[in-house]
Design a protein around this ligand. Sequence first.
Ligand code: FAD
Length: 352
Amino acid sequence: MTRHTRVVVIGGGQAGLAAGYHLRRRGLDFVILDAQARAGGAWQHAWDSLHLFSPAAFSSLPGRLMPHQPGETYPDAAHVVEYLRDYEQRYELPLHRPVRVRGVHRNAEHLRVETDSGTWRADAVVSATGTWWRPFLPAVPGHAVFRGRQAHTVRYRGPEEFAGQRVVVVGGGNSGAQIAADLAPHTRLTWVTRHPPRYLADEIDGRALFDAATARRRALDAGTGDTGGVASLGDIVTVPPVREARDAGLLKARPMFTRLTPDSVQWADGTRTEADAVIWCTGFRPALSHLAPLGLRGPRGHIPTYGTRAADEPRLHLLGYGDWTGPASATLIGVGRPARDAAREIAELLGT
Ligand code: FAD
């Protein structure tokens, strides 16, 4: 059976909800298709101790402030899930769950969205599928021979399952620093980063990151040069647990090892550190495989865009994947503006 709507939003995390909010405001007929069984997008899979790097009021989607979480300056992931659940109910967003989009196809008249429970025909599509679903693992020799446990950030739940073990955490970003701080008191931790850890100044949180990303976009758009954006400030937001572990001397980073052996990691000088587990906090890639039938991918795997609009398919918008789909668009506070722009462009395209 084929159903019809004007706009299909793929993904019901924060980016899909922000798109829904603005499509609703423009009076467009749309649906949101989400592969998860419940509200909350990737946040429902985060590790137990994960806290936002901004206070609640600076982590809000359009239209509704995230309420303060009692006892927490920086809300935890469960609080975000609750906020997103409330948000979609409050705005009566038309979520269909669980529905996985398998492929988006096109012809001159419309876009065809094939899912595991039927087909939708639409005049425009917003892809908002996030990155959590495509964990990235660097190619390091010995991956296959290591006999201990290997896990990516997406599989990490908390320190209990590693208590007393020799754990190597790889990655100098926020996930690596937070997970290293989480594990340090309970394990024999080795933290490994490609470059020496670059902490943001203690007073800088997500608000400043949003401002830096916006200033960079504006400067690039105005042709006045690259301000460096967020990367110029540092890599690691010093949320309280990271700050405490760092100040207690628990977060000493070593440069990257050269290979894994069956029971250790081996350093450049040939020495080894025995390990029971390696946790790869090595980032994510955009989850775009459902768009493969459109053949839009550029050289680095990204789809070239003007703002959120795919350069070679004006009926397709990409939302929430990173700065390439709008400054700070992969954050709660940052996705509202590109979502608004995408809804405006879609309304113009559809003549509504
Ligand atoms: P997601 O939350 O991943 O939602 C995408 C949805 O699309 C999911 O429900 C998924 O199941 C669905 N989907 C995927 N593929 C398909 C398909 N083919 N068909 C149908 N549905 C599909 N941001 C902040 O603002 N503050 C923070 O403190 C912060 N901390 C972070 C910490 C970590 C460890 C990480 C990884 C990210 C953090 N972020 C933070 C960034 C960002 O806010 C989150 O990654 C957020 O989950 C991105 O939202 P999203 O809607 O783009 O994607």
